[in-house]
Every structure is written in structure tokens, then in C-alpha cells.
Design a protein around this ligand. Structure first.
Ligand SMILES: *Cc1c(COP(=O)(O)O)cnc(C)c1O
Length: 219
């Protein structure tokens, strides 16, 4: 399939999954994950009308997105990869949404940078629903307290929760857990679902799905 066909296919599958779940059209936003692809691969996707993009590295994003944004100012850029404190300033400067707030140290660093720069990217807390030792994210049991700390102590506005289920497990229970934690936190946004499981995620209430290889091809 060509890029345009793949993008159309993903869009129609998103629409079908929304309908099947009894959710309104547009309830799940499509974030196109462009990591590892350079600007020449991304431009046709922008030309096809896509505006939400996800990247997992700050440095790689800095080399690609300022130029692409100069061409198309209404791009919305999401950071979906782990963030180190020493990159907090760059992340606040570049991204519209940071989906990987996962510990107090990074929350504090972001709060300080947001104040300094007078800029407030929207924030998601990443939850390690599978309790995987190698994976980033706050553990489920600490999520409510962590969101409260972000809000009450650090004055941050948290918009939603994000998760990456273990690769070798049925993702449904992980999506259900994320939705339950979001309700407990009083949050409405759920970033969940990737190329292999975004339709499932939409059934569990995803408000955005992060789709890379199904649009751009394998990395
Ligand atoms: C790479 C990545 C994706 C997209 O993965 P695909 O399987 O290519 O769709 C989604 N979310 C995160 C956090 C990623 O790192």
C-alpha cells in the first residue's frame, strides 16, 4: 500500500471502531507517530491533512519539526517517549503535549520550566499498567496520588493518562485499567492504542491513539 492508502485505511478503521463502540465520530483523535522518519516522509502525511504527530525523542524532534512547523503552523506535536529532566526545557519549548510525565522529579522540572518559559504544554501521566520493570510510567496504585501531587502541589493541569501495554499480553485489561484510573482521577482523556491495537483501545474509550507503522510503514 502507498502512504495515502495506509492513512485512509487507518482513518476508516478509527471511524468504524468509534461507530462500533457507540461513540461519536472524532471521539478518538489520530496521532501519527513519525519517530525515525525524516521530514520528506512526514510532508506527504501533512499534505493529506494530518495535523497531530507523535515523537519519542526530544533531540530528533528538534532536528525535524521547527522547519515542518514553519511550513504548517497548526501542527500539534506530542512527546510520547521518556523524558529526562535535563531535556525538560527543550521539551516545554517544542511540544504542545507531553504524554510521559511519570515521576515527581520530571513533574517538578516541567513545572519550573513552564513558569520560566510562560508556556504550558498539555500534560498526560504515563501509567505502567503492566508493572514492567524496564518500562517508564507510574505504577497503577500510585497514580491517583501522583496526579493529586501534580495538581495540588505543583499547580500542573493534567489532561489525561497514557499507557503502553506489555507487547505480549492482551491489551484490553490494560486499557480498562487506564480508563478506571482516569475516572478515579477525574480525567477524561486517554492516550492508548498503537498500530496493533488501536481499534481495541477505541472500544475501551481511547480519546487518542498513537499510530506509527500502520501509517508510515515499518521502522
Ligand atoms: C513507537 C510508539 C508508538 C507507535 O507504535 P506503532 O506500533 O508503530 O504504531 C506509539 N506509542 C509509543 C509510546 C511509541 O513509542
Amino acid at each position: 500500500m502507498e502512504l495515502q492508502e495506509r492513512l485512509d485505511d487507518v482513518r476508516s478503521r478509527v471511524a468504524t471502531a468509534e461507530r462500533k463502540a457507540g461513540r461519536p465520530a472524532g471521539a478518538a483523535q489520530l496521532v501519527a507517530v513519525s519517530k525515525t522518519f525524516d521530514a520528506d516522509f512526514i510532508r506527504p502525511v501533512i499534505a493529506a491533512g494530518q495535523r497531530l504527530f507523535g515523537e519519542n525523542r526530544v533531540q530528533e524532534s528538534q532536528s525535524k519539526w521547527p522547519a515542518l512547523r514553519a511550513e504548517t503552523p497548526d501542527i500539534e506535536l506530542h512527546l510520547i517517549g521518556p523524558l529526562q529532566s535535563n531535556k525538560a526545557a527543550d521539551a516545554v519549548a517544542l511540544f504542545d503535549v507531553i504524554e510521559t510525565v511519570d515521576r515527581e522529579k520530571i513533574a517538578r522540572a516541567l513545572a519550573a520550566e513552564m513558569k520560566l518559559q510562560g508556556k504550558a504544554p498539555r500534560l498526560y501521566v504515563q501509567v505502567n499498567t503492566g508493572l514492567e520493570p524496564q518500562k517508564a510510567g507510574i505504577v497503577p496504585d500510585e497514580t491517583v496520588a501522583f496526579v493529586r501531587l501534580c495538581r495540588e502541589e505543583l499547580g500542573l493541569t493534567v489532561e489525561g493518562l497514557m499507557c503502553i501495554p506489555p507487547a505480549d499480553e492482551n491489551p484490553g485489561p490494560h486499557f480498562a485499567l487506564l480508563a478506571k484510573l482516569a475516572r478515579q482521577c477525574g480525567l477524561e482523556k486517554l492516550s492508548m492504542g498503537m498500530s496493533s491495537d488501536y481499534e481495541v483501545a477505541i472500544g475501551f474509550g481511547a480519546t487518542s491513539v498513537r499510530v506509527g507503522s500502520a501509517i508510515f510503514g515499518s521502522r
